[in-house]
Design a protein around this ligand. Structure first.
Ligand SMILES: Cc1cc2nc3c(=O)[nH]c(=O)nc-3n(C[C@H](O)[C@H](O)[C@H](O)COP(=O)(O)OP(=O)(O)OC[C@H]3O[C@@H](n4cnc5c(N)ncnc54)[C@H](O)[C@@H]3O)c2cc1C
Length: 471
């Protein structure tokens, strides 16, 4: 760090209520860690903001000094864009407060909250909004990319439940975006990622959920995968909106409800949640138990917040990860063959293939109702390359890429922006489809100099550059 930089960081620190963490600080090593252990970036300074006004100072600092800027919500993003080398990180991990108005069925939550924070606050009132399936994920990054999980078939994507957002823009202004205020910005925030500013507060609509819900796992052997997946496809096509069933193919973890001899063998796990009266849900589940030879079942009525954490142990922070993702409008037999082939050559016991079901309410809005365009995606399929040692990087990444290529002919061509890895910037147009041009225009309006570029980047449209040069 130069002496000039040191003076500037000291000035910034004086303006803030939050913490400023420099390279020589005690907290630096832990503060620069994110969920994916392959990310190894060294920011010049990490600003742990406490208030919206801290965020304004940090944005002003980045803009005025020309230093690279990254924004960290929950730190979960696979691409590691929550950090940057040699720049400033606006870290919102201390801004996690939530406030629920049960009468109005609304929650307001700060930009660094996790899904666990959100679920805990809303479930205290028997309410929830649809979010993802791993409770340590950040509300901010998830929402800004679209957001889906167990409740999405019934209540839509996370963005479909967003009422308003408080945003610090690239100019350092605090604005409220909603259907009435800054409507273009509000449209862009609902899927356009971190391209448009720092969101310090989200307001969501809530729905009655649980607090106890019918949920759990039904597990089949990999040897029956093809016919189980075929039956899953037929079942999913007729399932009510209340019922979400996802398929997970991997090696069996040592779960107590699975026989000891099945641990470590290949399985197809059907993971499900029924977002309605549990007794009614039981009736819909019956066919799922007849897809083949059940290895084990653990389905019952349990707190929604428990089910929201059920996959946390399999997806804990600190492992090395390389993911690839396809949107699917149908599930074809050729796809099942590719899945089974790649399950047969898993490079590490933690690698897996996930098929998440969308459809229902998540598919009903028009593709241009918000920046997220993929309303035709009935399924999102992820290959999770996941391992422990750097020495296994090439093998595990190669496996994930191999499956991605083998399954590409059966995919729709679209992709969910939140599952793009660091080397997939060229897929950003596919993530936005026909909404890309409008996003580039909104980017020009709110961030013409692309201050917020450490993300799956939407470039400000060219017209802007010309107009700005001629002014
Ligand atoms: C284990 C795991 C499970 C997942 N499951 C699901 C799932 O079920 N459903 C689903 O929809 N997605 C899921 N995802 C994807 C997830 O939505 C994205 O990784 C998301 O980006 C995580 O948000 P974050 O705030 O934790 O990430 P971060 O890494 O902190 O942020 C990601 C990006 O979002 C932007 N950003 C973050 N916070 C802000 C803010 N406050 N203001 C402006 N921009 C901001 C920045 O550009 C940043 O680079 C999962 C990811 C993982 C790793």
């Amino acid at each position: 760090m130069t002496q000039l930089q040191a003076i500037r960081f000291a000035e910034l620190k004086n303006r803030l209520r939050g913490e400023v963490i420099l390279r020589n600080g005690d907290a630096y090593e832990s503060a620069r860690k994110v969920w994916n252990a392959t990310i190894d970036k060294h920011p010049a300074v990490i600003v742990r903001c406490s208030t919206t006004s801290d965020v304004v100072h940090a944005v002003d600092f980045a803009r005025n000094s020309g230093i690279m800027l990254a924004v960290r919500g929950g730190g979960h993003n696979i691409a590691g864009n929550a950090l940057c080398d040699d720049g400033i990180v606006i870290d919102l991990s201390q801004m996690r407060a939530a406030s629920v108005d049960p009468g109005a069925r609304r929650v307001t939550i700060e930009g660094g909250a996790t899904l666990a924070d959100l679920d805990a606050a809303t479930q205290a009132h028997g309410l929830a909004t649809p979010v993802g399936i791993n409770s340590t994920t950040g509300v901010a990054g998830l929402t800004l990319g679209g957001g889906f999980g167990w409740l999405s078939r019934k209540y839509g994507m996370t963005i479909d439940n967003l009422e308003s957002a408080e945003v610090v823009t690239a100019a350092g202004k605090v604005v409220r975006a909603s259907a009435r205020e800054h409507p273009d910005l509000f449209w862009a925030l609902r899927g356009g990622g971190g391209n448009f500013g720092v969101v310090t507060r989200f307001e969501f609509r809530l729905h009655p959920v649980g607090p106890d819900v019918l949920s759990g796992l039904i597990v089949y052997p990999l040897s029956e995968a093809k016919s189980v997946l075929q039956k899953y496809r037929d079942f999913a096509a007729k399932a009510p909106d209340e019922l979400s069933v996802w398929a997970l193919l991997r090696q069996a973890p040592p779960l107590p409800f699975l026989p000891r001899e099945s641990h470590g063998t290949g399985i197809v796990a059907l993971a499900l949640l029924y977002a309605g009266i549990p007794k009614l849900g039981q009736l819909f589940l019956e066919p799922l138990r007849k897809f083949g030879t059940v290895v084990g079942e653990h389905v019952g009525v349990q707190p929604y917040t428990n089910w929201q954490k059920a996959f946390d142990p399999l997806l804990a922070a600190g492992a090395r990860n390389y993911w690839k993702s396809h949107n699917l409008s149908t599930l074809s037999d050729g796809l099942f063959d590719a899945v089974i082939e790649y399950l047969g050559k898993l490079p590490s016991p933690q690698c897996e293939i996930f098929i998440g079901a969308l459809g229902g309410a998540a598919s009903r809005p028009a593709p241009d109702a918000a920046a997220y365009p993929h309303r035709d995606a009935q399924f999102v399929m992820n290959v999770h390359g996941r391992w422990e040692k750097p020495a296994d990087d090439a093998r595990c990444i190669g496996w994930a890429r191999g499956f991605f290529n083998a399954s590409a002919p059966f995919a729709s061509g679209g992709v969910y922006v939140n599952f793009l890895t660091a080397d997939e910037g060229d897929r950003v147009p596919a993530a936005y489809g026909s909404n890309y041009d409008r996003l580039a225009r909104v980017k020009r309006e709110y961030d013409p100099d692309n201050l917020f570029r450490m993300n799956q980047n939407i470039k400000p449209s060219g017209e802007c550059v010309m107009r700005r040069t001629s002014n």
